[in-house]
Design a protein around this ligand. Structure first.
Ligand SMILES: Nc1ncnc2c1ncn2[C@@H]1O[C@H](COP(=O)(O)OP(=O)(O)OP(=O)(O)O)[C@@H](O)[C@H]1O
Ligand SMILES: [Mg+2]
Length: 281
């Protein structure tokens, strides 16, 4: 017997492979010049740091439901620099929160260094995050009563690094981001850029597998933003995996790979042949 022509399943959800040839599945927007679609990683490629499959997140406020992530797949290999872009409300921060395990998801799977983080009990997940991830947020999230060096050593103390070693490493990394002479300053005794560099130092001090940044230059002036970007991009040159959420086109232009989101979905995932290390903000 000949197979019947496939029909739309109830609810109208189409499976592209079941479509007759003359029906086109929705296509992503064409790639701009200089970009090409990110290929699936080759078998001999760098190990995957992050692998997310079918991640769904629904926010419920009273009787209103917002599907902030509508089944996102994303793989990031060691050493990649990925800019996540999209309009306000498209789900970028939600993606960061859900893929880093800061927030619960409603469906899907997230592996960080092969560990299914959503299945870890809370305490283990927090520990895994403290060891393998660093965060640079737009609001600096520095603890106001702590000095720069105390803020930076905190993540190490949380994972049991001895105090003396934590102090030494915090001092070293602050020197590396150009703040060797600000160790004893509290956040309100530093400029915006110095505070953001302290945040970068804190994100890196545990040598995490992935650093997540959400609008890392959002409230900085052009010059300071460039300093912070230079620092992040230099870290990537040394092999640090970075996922940067932003709507700054200058960051998108200078990132090796750009993931575009719209309405909770990834609508394009492209690598650029050339990246420029400059910001025009
Ligand atoms: N805690 C929350 N409760 C309810 N709805 C939320 C919550 N956080 C986000 N949303 C909704 O989820 C959607 C995605 O929000 P998200 O913060 O991820 O967007 P975004 O792309 O980061 O935007 P922006 O560029 O403005 O930071 C939006 O519609 C938003 O209103
Ligand atoms: Mg956001």
């Amino acid at each position: 017997m000949v197979d019947p022509t496939p029909e739309a399943p109830p609810g109208g959800e189409w499976n592209a492979s079941a479509l007759p040839l003359h029906v086109q599945a929705p296509q992503p927007p064409p790639a701009p010049a200089g970009y090409y679609d990110a290929a699936p990683p080759a078998a001999d490629a760098a190990p995957l740091r992050l692998e997310a499959r079918g991640v769904r997140k629904v926010y419920r406020t009273g009787s209103v439901e917002v599907e902030a992530l509508a089944g996102v797949d994303l793989s990031v290999a060691a050493g990649e620099l990925v800019a996540v872009m999209g309009a306000s409300g498209s789900g970028k921060t939600t993606l960061l929160n859900c893929l880093s395990g800061l927030d619960e998801i409603d469906d899907g799977e997230v592996f960080v260094d092969g560990v299914d983080i959503q299945r870890l009990p809370d305490a283990k997940r927090t520990e895994h995050r403290a060891r393998s991830m660093g965060f640079v947020f737009q609001a600096f999230n520095l603890i106001p009563v702590f000095t720069a060096v105390e803020n930076v050593e905190l993540p190490m103390l949380l994972v049991g690094t001895p105090a003396k070693e934590a102090r030494e490493r915090a001092s070293e990394i602050l020197a590396r981001v150009g703040l060797g002479d600000r160790l004893g300053n509290r956040p309100n005794e530093m400029s915006g850029g110095e505070q953001q560099r302290t945040t970068v130092a804190r994100a890196l001090v545990t040598e995490p597998s992935i650093v997540w940044a959400d609008e890392p230059t959002g409230n900085l002036d052009t010059h300071t933003a460039q300093t912070v970007l230079d620092l992040l991009w230099e870290l990537n040159d040394h092999g640090q995996t970075l996922i940067v959420v932003t709507h700054d086109p200058a960051i998108g232009d200078s990132a090796a790979r750009v993931v575009n989101m719209r309405d909770g979905s990834v609508i394009a995932d492209r690598v650029q042949e050339k990246r420029r290390v400059e910001a025009s903000r």
